[in-house]
Design a binder for this molecule. Structure first.
Ligand code: IDC
Length: 467
């Protein structure tokens, strides 16, 4: 049975904008803006990263079938996927974009689109690219032609993958990319050009909600504020410019530097101007990996205490950074080995934080195994029950309170006439669907979605309990 969930802070909100962007001013911490659908409803994004397997398959596709997407919806009612792309696959040769690869991505996106999902395309990299070692034992993302190690060593005896980041050859590859060396000004241009090619392909696909410009940026020999406000901001400016040349509407998400910020430290990422017509659509997509858990501990004892403190720091610092950037927040990655003690509690805490902040979230990852929802044999693990929870998929206004309790979901918002509120209800807590106060609900048993009509203006507070 699920535990009662944390209370959401009661926030005072004032609706500032109408149209495509839900905005709010606040007294207590909370995001200033939210991601919205084409009708202007606030979206609460809930889903997975799909998938780590895409890093190393020959065609850079995740090991995923349409039946897997169907099963994910049946089991957990998700509405969101952070879908991994690889620069090496987008631009296999300098300036040459692989349309066959993009077609395969489009096919997978259609599986999600048919089931009402929203897709964030994530240009993934870890450790620069597969070219950092002669036999590609580590690293994914960048193409071989963009990999310049200058003969510097990359040792291969690490007990955890993250340690490769400290290898001299890997640092040099990044220093060339950021043009810290002054020798490769073309590399960032190529990267931005690859994004333009992706945007050109997907700008008219309504299921594609956003572009996550770079997974876990690493500054090489330039770190912290100097990196984030220097070369990283420069890369983001160029990507935004190239994307907006072809795509006015899709959201663009920026990641802070990962090291430190994933553990709760502040980010120095500056605001990036959005040249689009209308309200800016640039948001923040940080990751959350409390250090003890990142190092493989469970959520118990001293590790739990440290992790709880991390959640507090992370929330404060993320809200500050999102304020500066002036956009909504999507938690692009969080996750852990679900066989560790307390793992279910931790996931529930992070999902509660997502509800509290109206923050989208993508668990790492959808791959089978101890971290994922299913075992290698396809059996459901403990994560399935934790992820299968009640949440408002879309809200007809600007939320001030989302709170999933035991057999009781509260959704409070300032209505803006953007459309009905859609609420997913899991079978274990709501076997016959839900009844609602504060609006008129229609239950779709096949999708397990309660669609609630509410007044078009004023404060609405919906309380859903089992029918
Ligand atoms: C991990 C995969 C692991 C792989 C490693 C390196 O789970 O199998 O060997 O990447 O590619 C991140 C990264 C994400 C990591 C994830 C978990 O963005 O790619 O996946 N993680 O370690 N940052 C912090 C954690």
């Amino acid at each position: 049975m699920k535990r009662a969930r944390l209370l959401a802070g009661a926030l005072t909100l004032v609706v500032l904008a109408t149209g495509a962007v839900a905005a709010a001013t606040r007294q207590a911490p909370g995001p200033a803006r939210f991601v919205t659908d084409e009708r202007g409803r606030t979206l609460l994004l809930h889903g997975f990263n799909t998938a780590s397997s895409a890093k190393s398959t020959s065609d850079a596709m995740p090991e995923l079938t349409e039946a897997d997407v169907e099963r994910e919806y049946r089991d957990m009612g998700t509405n969101f996927v952070r879908f991994l792309l690889q620069w090496r696959a987008v631009e296999p040769r300098p300036g040459v974009y692989d349309s066959e690869y993009l077609d395969k991505v489009a096919e997978r996106i259609s599986w999600y689109a048919e089931r009402g999902y929203h897709v964030l395309l994530d240009m993934h990299q870890d450790l620069w690219g597969p070219g950092i070692t002669p036999t590609a034992v580590a690293g994914n993302g960048a193409p071989a032609w963009a990999t310049h190690l200058d003969g510097l060593p990359v040792a291969q005896d690490h007990w955890t993958w993250e340690m490769y980041y400290l290898e001299p050859g890997v640092i040099r590859a990044f220093d060339h990319f950021w043009n810290t060396t002054g020798e490769h000004p073309e590399l960032m241009e190529h990267y931005a050009g690859a994004w333009r090619a992706v945007a050109e392909r997907f700008k008219d696909e309504p299921a594609v909600l956003g572009y996550d410009l770079m997974n876990e940026p690493w500054g090489g020999s330039v770190q912290g504020a100097a990196f984030e406000s220097g070369p990283l901001a420069e890369l983001y400016r160029r990507c935004v410019e190239r994307i907006r040349a072809v795509d006015n509407d899709t959201w663009i998400f920026l990641e802070p530097q990962a090291v430190g910020v994933n553990w709760g430290l502040p980010s120095a990422l500056p605001a990036i101007a959005d040249p689009r017509e209308g309200e800016p659509r640039i948001g923040l997509a940080p990751h959350l990996y409390p250090l003890p858990l990142d190092l493989g501990e469970g959520y118990e004892g001293g590790s739990r205490e440290w992790t709880d403190r991390t959640l507090g720091w992370w929330k404060e610092n993320t809200l500050r950074a999102a304020d500066r950037i002036g956009g909504p927040i999507i938690l692009g990655e969080f996750g852990l080995d679900m066989t560790k003690p307390g793992a279910e509690d931790l996931v529930e805490r992070v999902l509660d934080l997502g509800d509290e902040l109206g923050m989208g979230r993508a668990y790492w990852s959808r791959d089978p195994g101890p971290w994922g929802p299913y075992s290698e044999k396809g059996e459901p693990g403990p994560l399935v029950a934790v992820m299968n929870r009640a949440y408002p998929r879309a809200i007809g206004g600007v939320p001030y309170r989302i709170e999933a309790g035991e057999r009781r979901l509260t959704v409070g918002f300032e209505a803006n006439g953007s459309g009905p509120t859609e609420i997913y209800l899991p079978a274990d807590e709501y076997p016959n669907g839900g009844k609602v106060t504060g609006g008129t609900g229609v239950w779709d048993a096949a999708r397990r979605v309660l669609t609630v009509q509410t007044p078009a203006q004023g404060r609405v507070e919906l309380v859903v309990t089992p029918a």
